[in-house]
Design a protein around this ligand. Structure first.
Ligand SMILES: [Zn+2]
Length: 175
C-alpha cells in the first residue's frame, strides 16, 4: 500500500464532479486500499477520490469504532430524513471547522468492490460521513453549505497546547 498525495482547497479538483464508474477499473482494489491507508494516516473518517486527485466516483469511510473501511463506488443518496446542525471539518481544509445543516438519516445506494449493489441506512456520524463524501464526489465542499458565514472557525492552540476555536472569515481560509 502507499500514501496518496492529498489535495487541498482551493484546488479546483475539489469543485469538480467525479465521473460515474461503469466498469470497476483494474487498478482497484489497490487504489482504494491506498485511499484507506491515506485516510487513516490523515486521521480522517472518510476520503473521496477528488481529495487525492482522482475523478473516479469512489469514496472510503471508516468510523472510529469500525475494524474495517467500506468502499463505496458511485454512492448516491436516495432518501433523507430530518435535519440537524453539525460541526464538521475536512482533510482538504485542515485546521478549520464549521457548522453545517445535514440530514439526520440517509439512505444510500452504492456499488461495492465486488460489483454488487448495496443499500445503506445510516444515522449519526455514519450519516454525516456519507453526506460529506457524496458531496465531495459531486464537487461540493462542506464550507459551501455552512448554516451561516459566522459559523466558521480556525483551530488555534494557546501556550499550553489547548485548542480554541477562533471565528474567521470564510474567504480568508481559502487564500
Ligand atoms: Zn472532506
Amino acid at each position: 500500500m502507499a500514501l496518496l498525495q492529498m489535495r487541498f482547497l482551493p484546488d479546483p479538483i475539489l469543485r469538480t464532479q467525479a465521473k460515474k464508474i461503469s466498469k470497476i477499473p483494474s487498478a482497484f482494489p489497490k487504489f482504494t486500499d491506498d485511499m484507506v491507508e491515506t485516510m487513516i494516516h490523515e486521521h480522517g473518517v472518510g476520503l473521496a477520490a477528488n481529495q487525492i486527485g482522482s475523478l473516479e466516483k469512489v469514496c472510503v469511510i471508516q468510523l472510529p469504532d469500525w475494524e474495517e473501511a467500506i468502499v463505496l463506488i458511485n454512492p448516491e443518496i436516495t432518501d433523507r430524513e430530518g435535519e440537524v446542525e453539525l460541526e464538521e471539518g475536512c482533510l482538504s481544509l485542515p485546521g478549520y471547522r464549521g457548522v453545517t445543516l445535514r440530514s439526520e438519516k440517509v439512505r444510500v445506494k452504492a456499488m461495492g468492490l465486488d460489483g454488487k449493489t448495496m443499500k445503506i441506512q445510516a444515522e449519526g456520524l455514519f450519516s454525516q460521513a456519507l453526506q460529506h463524501e457524496t458531496d465531495h464526489l459531486n464537487g461540493i465542499v462542506y464550507i459551501d453549505q455552512l448554516v451561516s458565514k459566522d459559523e466558521f472557525y480556525k483551530i488555534e492552540f494557546d501556550d499550553e497546547g489547548n485548542a480554541e476555536y477562533v471565528q474567521v472569515n470564510q474567504d480568508s481560509a481559502l487564500s
